[in-house]
Design a protein around this ligand. Structure first.
Ligand code: NDP
Length: 576
């Protein structure tokens, strides 16, 4: 084993100074923070929002009816929670979905190379219930999409579902104690319970670059991949010059495929991603055959126990001062980043390109990536990295993107520029009791209980929103929330309550929990800008995720579920 060189304290400081310089450079370029992007994709930008999988929605008459539980969005949040509701005997469940099928992220994102780099046996939900074992250690997009469809079939969720439909308003009606929903298809639906299951990264965003709408050729966002232009196997690109703006997790997966298919590929980079090796392998059939029923649940339990560590680990942690803990974490983090730099040097042949691909920020400032084909793609003669060194593309002309006064003529332009983050009411205005608009309530700071309930919005549940725990494996969090929501709805029904609303006291308790657990370090402020830290903008301490451990979050969710009468105000026919 190679001897690991010890770095001096000065060396660590020098690296941290470089991180800070790179961050400051970027912050200087984008004082407008998240306002540098738009996700209002209308008018000339409408082509970036169009659903390429269902260009002409099926015609249907507007609906005017009532259901018991209605999900806004048909991705994993809705599927997981519906499964639990079905297990509790709830029949009237409707999914209203903007896409033409269930699947959410996995419906929309079908770009070449799409895959999930959370281990499939953990990421794909309901594997025990579905009796399914994923094909590989890391699942590819089409398999995950198919799994979503299979869940919807198995739990009979297609029966009442409506697709190609966007909920535009969700208004509480105190008279009949129901939510009234309007859609862009002229529907008027009523529901006793509503679950906002619209996902965390659903609405594509584009940088407000001058001339954005002027590009003359075909152009699309990664989440709206236009296979008519590229061909299913990308063969239509063999004579084309392709440009891609952005090098985040989507681009990292698409670029190797584009590099192999296009005549020329120009990659416009603003900040490099941190790309590590992906150890993937096909599922061993012998291992799969030996799995006992309930294996996924058991795996989750084991992971949680490991996260806690034993009393010995707790003792060791307690013996180290907080300053020393931070110092050790920082140094380990820097060592990881330096290993990534070495990996780039080992693979990328051109030294200038290798330098440009090196990330200069702490691990986890941006979403880490795992891909074995990404770095070697830059050794191809037809692939050109245009490193904009933090500035980004400054203009788009009909012929192509512009950087430092040079126009790069291209035939096809792909925007890999990400998504608007975690808003509860996307496309949708949510109005609770006494005409209170959720956006107005949140204007002075997000207020929820567990990130799931918000006072004044009875029978409304939020999934994947702020003030909930954040985990690299998002489906773990969604499952915890889904189980809790099903439990709440079941409780309300069994006790014949028509409404349940979290109390102001419960909400205040949770807001303080969120605030207390945030910002133990200056990490967010030290990080290079990105969607994890609102592009470097300062934010109210309550406007983010719950940063206690995931275990603690689960315990809080469980204890609220165990003592509902303390946290909710119930109203029903018997106690009017
Ligand atoms: P991201 O927000 O991660 O990336 C957007 C990219 O666009 C960044 O590289 C950004 O640069 C760049 N950009 C923005 N404006 C400009 C500009 N003016 N000029 C040049 N470049 C610009 O979006 P993604 O779609 O890649 O990923 C979103 C999330 O989806 C991921 O973080 C992850 O959570 C999830 N995902 C997970 C995958 C997986 O499991 N492997 C795969 C794909 C997505 P800068 O960094 O400087 O802001």
């Amino acid at each position: 084993m190679a001897h690991k060189r010890r770095r001096s304290a000065e060396e660590y400081e020098r690296i941290k100074e470089r991180f800070a310089r790179e961050r400051d450079l970027r912050l200087g370029y984008r004082p407008d923070g998240t306002a540098q992007f738009t996700s209002e994709l209308t008018g000339a930008l409408a082509r970036y929002a169009q659903d390429p999988h269902a260009r002409t929605p099926e015609p249907r008459a507007p609906l005017d009816d009532s259901v018991e539980c209605l999900f806004i969005g048909g991705g994993f949040s809705a599927l997981l929670t519906s499964a639990r509701l079905r297990e509790r005997g709830i029949e009237s469940i409707r999914i209203v979905e903007r896409g033409a099928d269930v699947g959410g992220t996995w419906y929309w994102n079908r770009y070449p190379g799409v895959a999930c780099d959370v281990v499939s046996y953990d990421y794909l939900p309901l594997l025990d219930e579905m009796g399914y074992v994923p094909k590989d250690h890391y699942a590819k997009g089409p398999e995950i999409y198919e799994h979503c469809r299979n869940i919807a079939k198995r739990y009979e969720l297609y029966e009442l579902a409506v697709f190609d439909t966007t909920v535009t308003s969700t208004v509480w009606d105190a008279a009949d104690r129901m939510w009234h929903l309007e859609t862009d298809r002229g529907d008027h639906m009523r529901a006793r319970f509503v679950v906002c299951a619209n996902g965390t990264l659903s609405k594509p965003k584009l940088p407000k670059i001058p001339g954005l709408d002027s590009f003359a050729g075909p152009s699309f966002h990664t989440s709206r991949w236009d296979y008519e232009t590229t061909g299913e196997d990308l063969s239509k690109l063999s004579d084309e010059i392709v440009g891609i703006i952005g090098t985040g997790a989507s681009a990292v997966q698409a670029i190797p495929k584009l590099g192999a298919a296009a005549r020329e590929l120009y990659v416009f980079q603003r900040t490099p991603s941190m790309v590590d090796v992906k150890n993937d392998w096909p599922t061993d059939p012998d291992w799969a055959a030996k799995l006992e029923p309930g294996w996924q649940a058991a795996r989750r339990r084991r992971a949680l126990e490991q996260e806690a560590g034993g009393p010995e680990a707790a003792g060791r942690r307690a013996a180290v001062s907080p300053e020393e803990k931070i110092r050790r974490q920082e140094q380990a983090n820097i060592e990881y980043v330096m290993r990534i730099h070495q990996h780039i040097d080992d693979i990328v042949e051109d030294p200038e390109t290798a330098e440009a691909l090196k990330p200069w920020y702490m691990f986890m400032c941006k979403r880490p990536c795992f891909d074995n084909a990404y770095l070697p793609t830059y050794n191809r003669k037809n692939v050109h990295l245009v490193d904009t060194r933090g500035l980004g593309i400054t203009e788009i002309r009909p012929e192509g993107p512009v950087f430092e006064g040079r126009t790069y003529p291209i035939d096809v332009l792909i925007m890999a520029t990400g998504f608007e983050v975690q808003k509860t009411g996307i496309y949708n205005r949510i109005v609770g009791e006494d005409g209170l608009d959720l956006d107005d309530k949140y204007a002075s700071g997000i207020r929820t209980t567990l990130g799931i309930h918000t006072h004044g919005f009875p029978n409304l549940f939020i999934m994947g929103g702020y003030q909930a725990s954040f985990k690299f494996n998002l489906t773990d969090v969604l499952q915890t929330q889904g189980d809790h929501i099903a439990r709440c709805i079941d409780h309300a029904r069994r006790h014949r309550h028509q409404t349940m609303d979290t109390t102001p006291e419960a909400e205040e308790w949770w807001v303080q929990e969120v605030i207390e657990n945030r910002g133990k370090t200056s990490r967010a402020a030290d990080c290079t800008p990105g969607y994890y830290n609102f592009e470097g903008a300062s934010q109210r301490r309550q406007d983010g995720n719950y940063n206690g451990s995931y275990r603690q979050y689960i315990e809080h969710v469980r204890s609220v579920g165990d003592r509902m009468d303390e946290y909710f105000l119930f109203r029903g026919p018997s106690d009017d």
